[in-house]
Design a protein around this ligand. Structure first.
Ligand code: NDP
Length: 283
């Protein structure tokens, strides 16, 4: 039976460390602050933004929420971002995605100062991640790397397979594994013989968004299985991409979903905000 990677516990430890570091920064006169912009009232987005506010409060990070109506024009949104870019008391800026129709996420993200882009979605930060010279890495892949590190799971020289190639998860995940000297294969919906490839993986990361997508026959015995997926199954329960009950019997390590990658994603946003505050204060 696999060791179950406890992302919830690790995220709690990280939040404690961040809280202590925030307190030390405050003693030096630096008060970390995250601005979160929510446009419209998509229930999932509201839920995520509320969690972000809660996490910030727990760690002593100031959060300012801008809840804008769905009718907000792009010019208005860009105006707010310009104001926050210029405000030295704001260290991190996050625009909750997806944006309502008519607003270009690409233009909006590109308007955020790269030094305040705590989601690491700005093209400059994407490029830095690609080069391996970055301050901010996207929260989910960064959280996965922290989980591997915390469980002393080596990446160097190992076969890593990432299923999913989104800009926010799959692609940066592959880059981070590559920088850790893994031998990385990326798979997507056009991959032929997917199971053959996933069965080669020593470390298998799945970010597809389909319930029970990774079945036991797709996993090499002893592999490390990281389930990024966050889906709602037929019973209305939150679940990942991996058939957990079957795969935990053959994997060496496995993340549960929920309770694996999700809490780490949240913790890494706090970590990036802390980094942004230090960057601004030249600490
Ligand atoms: P996207 O929908 O942007 O990307 C999904 C990827 O899966 C695409 O690259 C797609 O390939 C690939 N895919 C779809 N079907 C197949 C298939 N049959 N075989 C192989 N690959 C396939 O999703 P995200 O990356 O944004 O998210 C993925 C999952 O992770 C979702 O469940 C999401 O909710 C979850 N998530 C969880 C987070 C967390 O903190 N735990 C954070 C972010 C996301 P193609 O490119 O060819 O279309």
């Amino acid at each position: 039976m696999a060791v179950i990677i406890d992302g919830k516990a690790l995220a709690a430890r990280l939040r404690q460390q961040i809280k202590e570091e925030v307190a030390r920064l405050k003693e030096q006169g630096v008060h970390p602050c995250l601005a979160v912009i929510l446009v419209g009232d998509d229930p999932a987005s509201c839920f995520y933004v509320n969690n972000k506010e809660k996490d910030c409060a727990e760690c002593g990070i100031k959060s300012i929420k801008y809840a804008l109506p769905a009718t907000t024009s792009e010019a208005e949104l860009l105006g707010l971002i310009a104001k926050l870019n210029a405000d030295p008391s704001v260290h991190g800026i996050l625009v909750q995605l997806p944006l309502p129709k008519g607003l270009s996420a690409a233009r909006v993200i590109t308007a955020i100062s790269p030094d305040k882009d705590v989601d690491a979605f700005h093209p400059e930060n994407v490029g830095r991640v690609m080069q391996g010279k970055y301050t901010f890495a996207p929260c989910t892949p960064a959280g996965v790397m922290k989980l591997l590190e915390a469980y002393s799971i080596p990446v160097e020289g190992r076969e890593c397979v990432v299923v999913g190639r989104s800009n926010i998860v799959g692609k940066p995940q592959a880059m981070l594994l590559l920088h850790a000297n893994g031998t990385v294969t990326m798979c997507h919906s056009k991959t032929v013989n997917l199971a053959e490839i996933t069965r080669r993986a020593d470390i298998l990361v799945c970010a597809v968004g389909k319930v029970n997508f990774i079945t036991a026959d797709m996993v090499k015995p002893g592999a490390v299985v990281i389930d990024v997926g966050m889906n709602v199954n037929d019973e209305g329960k939150l679940t990942g991409d991996v058939d957990f009950a079957a795969v935990e019997k053959i994997a060496s390590y496995i993340t549960p979903a929920p309770g694996g990658v999700g809490p780490m994603t949240r913790a890494m946003l706090l970590d990036n905000t802390l980094k942004a505050a230090k960057l601004a204060a030249k600490i």
